[in-house]
Design a protein. Structure first.
Lengths: 325, 324
């Protein structure tokens, strides 16, 4: 089966030009997602995971730009297609859900207006038909009395409800791919759980592929088929979730897993990875994780390549192996 | 809603009362109208008669109380200079100022909004930088100087437009308007441009700042992520949000156009209220000054109220009756 989305050696820079490199927020990132599969894109703040998502959508804020690589969506390179072609894909075949539901919806327009315009951006239908469709979409994500809610404004909804609206908008055109950028981070834990279940159900029904960007490994283990771990703009480990989470090879992945509080015993101090994510303009030479790693040697002064092992890969010359972990 | 209207009216009343007191004291400090009103050759008996006629022989507090008494009966007093009711004098001049202010504001909006939008959307283009530098000129060049230059260039050198006055007027709704006649319109053009220059710059800069504030918002990104055409993103999602501060300023500036177009009216000899008030201050014509300022207080109260109504239309978050 060919992948629906194939990201090949994606490089995203802020500032700079074709002659002079800018700050590399995403550096040589490659992964693929198949129809109906969920990829968990994991990393700390500033690792470049959100920028990767916006690069695929081509919604980078200036001076951000895709400086290299290809994004193959359903056989066509969308990193280099025209702006109008890209617009026709957005919302129609590739949708996105954002992190903060209180900021995603325009405060001065009704939910109805914002949904109807999304329908009519891609389909030549009357307002009434579009409204009907929007109402059904709201009902599908579990919003009570959807007809009334269409005339309401975003501030009249709770955070969880707003995220449901955003998800309903993302699902309006039954997209092939949804990029979910930490859609539950800003929500209460109970609401998080509900939203994830709804999301899972709806995307499974329509066989939609999902890139779920998050820093929460618990969500990834529950939701994703594959995982890609990013650190300082690069992929450090990829593979099937079951394998990577039970048997991480990169010390950073291992550290992340160890930092999940439920891994600790009661009374034990919480484990953490020492140090902080380096700023992308001050990365150490060689392996970016070198300065925070316990296994560092002189060999780490050279950036290691992604090492392949069956269906997974990792970027480390001193991998954590299960026997030694 | 009703309580807020009542509260505003009461506040306005206090402002008006405070203002009348200030004007009464202020004018009496500046000088004695008697010195200006009475022919220097007049004899003592005649002087005393005139002073008594205007009630200026009374102590100030008594003059003030008499004024308040008249006010309660709808009488703002007679102008010392013209001997006619002050309010009537002002109302006669109102249409001239009104049409000047509305034209100027129209020009400011028609130029300011699109230029500001352009400069905000494409901040790095040379044309945007030119627009923004131009707005600094619009801000800082003194109005009187620009007015004189306009007359120099368009009236004296090129001879395209008349230098002063309203030109022929036509009647509409019981008032005389210049814009209804072609010649009157020609007279209106230069002073309106003169007044509009500062306001255009203001609206332009405000719009540009608004665009730059709204563009990076998530909801603009999300609108794009929905696949909306760029035109709709700008015209609906961006514009509606940035109109909130712009409307406030437009409303207040409209008030200031009416109240403080003195300089332009003087330069172009435009027979509006601004010219009347300047003449009245020169002649210490207290009843006219007081009546004029009371009108302006009312004007600002009404404008603020209209702005608030516009707010609730633009921003659903502050609608009081919105269902939770």
């Amino acid at each position: 089966m060919t992948a629906l989305l194939k990201v090949e050696n994606l490089v995203t820079e802020f500032g700079g030009s074709s002659a002079k490199p800018g700050l590399r927020a995403v550096n040589d990132v490659s992964f693929s997602v198949e129809r109906g599969k969920v990829l968990g894109l994991v990393g700390e703040s500033g690792s470049g995971k959100s920028v990767t998502g916006f690069s695929i959508m081509r919604l980078l804020e200036k001076p951000g730009r895709i400086a290299g690589g290809r994004v193959i969506f359903d056989g066509a390179d969308i990193a280099n297609c025209s702006e109008e072609e890209m617009r026709r894909l957005r919302g129609k075949r590739i949708a996105m859900v954002f992190q903060d539901p209180t900021m995603t919806l325009n405060p001065v327009l009704t939910i109805g207006t914002q949904m109807v315009e999304a329908v009519r951006a891609h389909e030549n239908v009357t307002k009434d038909v579009a409204r009907q469709r929007s109402r059904d979409a709201l009902a599908r994500v579990g919003i009570p009395s959807p007809e009334e809610r269409l005339s309401a404004y975003p501030h009249q909804f709770s955070g969880g409800m707003r995220q449901r609206v955003a998800i309903a908008i993302a699902l309006l055109h039954k997209p092939d791919l949804i990029i979910a950028d930490e859609p539950t981070t800003a929500l209460d834990v109970t609401i998080q759980s509900q939203i994830i279940s709804e999301f899972q159900k709806l995307t499974e029904e329509s066989n939609t592929a999902v890139i779920w960007i998050t820093h929460d490994l618990a969500i990834v283990s529950r939701l994703a088929d594959d995982i890609a771990v990013m650190y300082a703009g690069r992929l450090v480990e990829t593979g099937p979730v079951t394998k990577v989470l039970t048997d991480p090879h990169h010390p950073y992945t291992a550290g992340l897993i160890a930092s999940v509080p439920s891994q600790n015993r009661r009374g034990e101090p919480l484990r953490q990875i020492r140090g902080m994510t380096p700023a992308i303009n001050r990365l150490p030479q060689g392996c970016s994780f070198r300065t925070r790693c316990d296994r560092v040697t002189d060999g780490c002064l050279v950036m290691p390549p992604l090492l392949l092992e069956e269906d997974r890969s990792f970027r480390c010359i001193h991998p954590v192996l299960k026997e030694t972990a | 809603m009703v309580t807020s209207i009542i509260r505003r009216l009461i506040q306005a009343l206090f402002v008006i009362v405070a203002m009348t007191i200030i004007v009464f004291i202020g004018v009496s400090v500046i000088g004695n109208p008697v010195d200006i009103l009475i022919n220097p050759d007049a004899n003592q008996a005649e002087r005393a008669r005139v002073i008594a006629h205007y009630g200026l022989d009374q102590p100030l507090w008594k003059q003030y109380l008499l004024f308040l008494q008249g006010l309660l009966q709808g009488d703002f007093g007679n102008s010392f200079v013209y001997g006619r009711p002050a309010l009537g004098l002002i109302m006669e001049r109102l249409p001239a100022t009104l049409e000047l202010a509305i034209t100027a504001l129209g020009i400011a909006i028609v130029f300011g909004l699109p230029l500001g939008l352009y400069a905000g959307l494409y901040p790095n283009r040379v044309s945007s930088k030119l627009i923004m530098s131009g707005s600094i000129l619009g801000f800082s060049l003194p109005t009187f100087w620009v007015g004189l230059m306009l007359i120099m260039v368009f009236s004296v050198e090129l001879g395209w437009l008349p230098t002063n006055g309203r030109g022929p007027t036509a009647e509409l709704l019981g008032a005389q308007w210049s814009f209804l006649t072609g010649e009157g319109l020609r007279h209106l053009l230069l002073p309106a441009f003169n007044l509009a220059l500062f306001k255009t710059s203001l609206i332009m800069r405000l719009t540009r700042a608004g665009v730059q504030e709204v563009l990076p918002q998530d909801y603009v990104k999300f609108a794009r992520a929905k696949g909306l055409r760029e035109r709709r993103v700008i015209a609906v999602h961006v514009l509606k949000n940035l109109m909130i501060p712009v409307v406030t300023i437009i409303g207040l500036e409209f008030g200031s156009l009416i109240a403080f177009s003195v300089v332009t009216e003087s330069i172009f000899a435009w027979p509006g209220m601004g010219k009347l008030i300047i003449d009245s201050i020169n002649l210490l014509d207290r009843p006219v000054i007081v009546a004029y300022l009371m009108m302006m207080v009312l004007l600002f109260v009404v404008l603020n109220f209209i702005i608030d109504i516009c707010y609730t239309i633009l921003d659903p978050r502050i609608r009081l009756d919105a269902k939770a």
